[in-house]
Ligand binder design. Structure first.
Ligand code: CDP
Length: 208
């Protein structure tokens, strides 16, 4: 399975989603935005009045939830495509994502998703190269300057982006890390097409 996975990690606004989506489309592969899954669980918790920091309650909710990410993000039949990008979710998602039981649930689903795809899957997130698919033959770590990442995030603002990065990199459960064997690409000032082309060029140099 892992030889049919391209794993992409990086901090907020590094270009993961745009690059992963475009790469998947160029290859005719599926695409999985794992951040959307953590965001969907966060929306469900907030809507049900469950405190994001109430770890057992959020874990129970995650365990029972039906989640889809394509063509739109849906949790338990509710379309949350727009709700997952709001400020209240930006504020709470890193707390939900630090919950080890929630992570175990999501990781299992991410692996099962990739298993079901007839072609390969481009998967992006924070722990894809290190925990979810550590044996993926192709691993990419995207970075960009904080200034540029905040600009890409628009309304969220630099302070919130920096706070989320700090939370994601310092948590105990699957923190954001560069896998030693990942191709590290700085996307500052570069277009999605340029980055995708660089990954594809790198792919061509690798044994199949
Ligand atoms: O696109 P952006 O960088 O704003 O965030 P995202 O990919 O939608 O992920 C939102 C949040 O989910 C991150 O800040 C992490 O806290 C969490 N996340 C995670 O812990 N592990 C993943 N594989 C993906 C996202």
């Amino acid at each position: 399975m892992s030889d049919r996975v391209i794993a992409i990690d990086g901090p907020a606004g590094s270009g993961k989603s745009s690059v992963a989506r475009a790469l998947a489309s160029a290859l005719g592969w599926s695409f999985l935005d794992t951040g959307a899954m953590y965001r969907a669980v966060t929306v469900a918790a907030l809507d049900r009045g469950v405190e994001p920091s109430d770890a057992p309650a959020v874990a129970a909710l995650a365990r029972a939830a039906a989640i889809e990410t394509l063509p739109r993000v849906v949790i338990d039949g509710r379309d949350v495509e727009d709700a997952i990008r709001t400020e209240r979710v930006n504020e709470a998602v890193s707390i939900v994502a630090a919950n080890p039981e929630v992570r175990a649930q999501m990781v299992e689903r991410q692996r099962a998703f990739a298993d079901r795809q007839p072609e390969g899957t481009v998967v992006e997130g924070r722990d894809i190269t290190t925990v979810v698919f550590p044996n993926a033959t192709v691993k990419v770590f995207l970075t960009a300057s904080l200034e540029e990442r905040a600009r890409r995030r628009g309304e969220e603002g630099a302070a919130s982006v920096a706070r989320r990065d700090e939370a994601d990199a310092s948590r105990a459960a699957s923190p954001l890390r560069r896998a030693p064997d990942a191709l590290v690409l700085d996307t500052t000032g570069r277009s999605v097409e340029e980055v995708v082309e660089e990954i594809r060029a790198w792919l061509r140099t690798r044994p199949h």
